[in-house]
Design a protein around this ligand. Structure first.
Ligand code: ZN
Length: 176
């Protein structure tokens, strides 16, 4: 099991550092990305994860395209894992909506957060190629949540309303 750090860990509150071009494609960085994918794969309700959540203070997050497809019928993008290195939000719609949010590092709280309904993100992929993509719906929410992680922000800092999942709901989610 890949350990996911919980919210009292200081690394989750730091500003993560940018990844250098020469680090991209190295065995060390590829191993970190693989560990993040493993961690995500082990969580039934996790669609994305940021490097600080496994203790790496780096500007990097991974999204599971396949889980995103299941969770958002309007998502038309690719499956598999999408890797975003040194992501930057270039544009955010002024229009926002209240969305429900949880976090693999804030078990088992959920809350309502105001997020822009559309964003444009620029990043590098795992091969070091520039990617720029617009997103709406759940992916837009994920982009904002994950970039927040890289700036030491957790959704609980922004939520208007928070509630705890019951033990029964947790068991159901874990399929036990
Ligand atoms: Zn999170």
């Amino acid at each position: 099991m890949q350990h996911i750090l919980q919210r009292e860990q200081p690394v989750l509150r730091e500003i993560a550092r940018s990844i250098l071009t020469e680090e991209i494609g190295t065995a060390k960085l590829d191993k970190i990305i693989a560990d993040m994918e493993t961690a995500l794969g082990e969580q039934k309700d996790g669609i994305a994860i940021a490097a600080p959540q496994i203790g790496e203070n780096l500007r990097l997050f991974v999204v599971s395209g396949s889980l995103l497809k299941k969770a958002d019928k309007n998502y038309r993008g690719e499956g598999g894992y999408l890797v975003f290195i040194n992501p930057e939000i270039l544009k955010k719609s002024r229009e926002k909506s209240d969305v429900e949010e949880g976090c693999l590092s804030v078990r088992w709280l959920y809350g309502k957060v105001k997020r822009s309904i559309r964003v444009t993100l620029r990043a590098l992929n795992e091969k070091g190629e520039k990617v720029e993509r617009g997103a709406s719906g759940l992916l837009a929410q994920i982009f904002q949540h994950e970039v927040d992680h890289l700036n030491g922000i957790l959704f609980t800092d922004k939520a208007d309303e928070l509630w705890e999942m019951s033990e029964e709901e947790i068991r159901e989610l874990q399929g036990k």
